[in-house]
Design a protein around this ligand. Structure first.
Ligand code: ADP
Length: 258
């Protein structure tokens, strides 16, 4: 279980960007962070990842406090797929093998190579294994980044706006992959998304973030008009559609209709 308690952090002294953030994620659970641009979602991720030192609070994974952990040890517990995926000009296989770096000293072992081959198979990348990643499409490269993160064998996987550069088909495919790995590998997943209609389908838990604070946190029932309004300062209507929900924001009276 991931347990974030009373977490505060920021980039400068005496200026907290996130303040008293509390939430938990269970094994196999997908937690979706929802909030406006600049509300502090990435800062929460950076603090959990150890890129920023917290000013207060604790981050526990199965009772291990990440705050005092070395970056190498942390990499065995958490993997990160960032918004802008940058990769060296290597083959797909070599890129995935980079995920094993926290585990070996000089050269990858037989076990490291076996894990990479398994992950490549799981993510349907076998036919691209020897191809240079720079020659792949955005969706394929995204899958390589996820494969590299899974090869790291983390307990927690963090995705920051993973679909912002993808078309709708690839976005839905990526969500299917995320759900599959969370359930199959019993991984904890934290993801920030701006597309609310897809967020509802993906998440088991929703963490609504506003101005660095948590407005609400809970299961699908918390994905309601009240919490969305509090988070975005905008009225919305949620409509049941087949087994899912459609969120429609209402225009303010002074907003112009097209
Ligand atoms: P989100 O991910 O929700 O868009 P961020 O966590 O990126 O929000 O940003 C939250 C606030 O922190 C914003 O006001 C932003 O300007 C500020 N911020 C983000 N990164 C930095 C940085 N490297 N240095 C200083 N301020 C930053």
């Amino acid at each position: 279980m991931l347990k974030v308690s009373h977490l505060s952090s920021g980039y400068y002294k005496n200026n907290n960007i996130i303040d008293d953030v509390n939430f938990t994620i269970d094994n196999g659970e997908i937690g979706v962070l929802i909030g406006e641009n600049g509300s502090g979602k990435t800062t929460i991720f950076k603090t959990i990842l150890g890129f920023i030192k917290p000013k207060d609070g604790s981050i526990l994974i199965d009772d291990l406090n990440l705050v005092n952990m070395s970056l190498n040890e942390r990499a065995k517990n958490i993997a990160y797929v960032s918004q802008n995926i940058e990769m060296p000009p290597l083959s797909v296989y070599e890129c995935v093998l980079l995920g094993r770096l926290p585990y070996y000293l000089l050269n990858p072992t037989k076990k490291d190579r076996k894990i990479c081959n398994e992950v490549i198979k799981e993510l349907n990348l076998e036919h691209l294994k020897d191809k240079n990643v720079l020659e792949l499409s955005g969706g394929e490269r995204q899958r390589v980044a996820i494969a590299r993160a899974i090869a790291q064998e983390p307990k927690l996987l963090i995705f920051d706006e993973p679909t912002s550069n993808l078309d709708i088909v690839n976005e839905m495919l990526l969500h299917d992959v995320i759900i599959k790995i969370a359930k199959k590998k019993n991984l904890m997943i934290l993801v920030s998304l701006h597309e609310l209609n897809l967020a509802y389908d993906l998440g088991d838990k929703f963490i609504f973030v506003k101005d660095g604070n948590i407005v609400s946190c809970g299961n699908k029932e918390t994905f309601n008009e009240e919490n969305i309004k509090k988070t975005f300062n905008k009225e919305c209507t949620i409509i049941d559609f087949e087994k899912t929900k459609i969120i429609k924001f209402r225009r303010d009276k002074n907003e112009k209709e097209d």
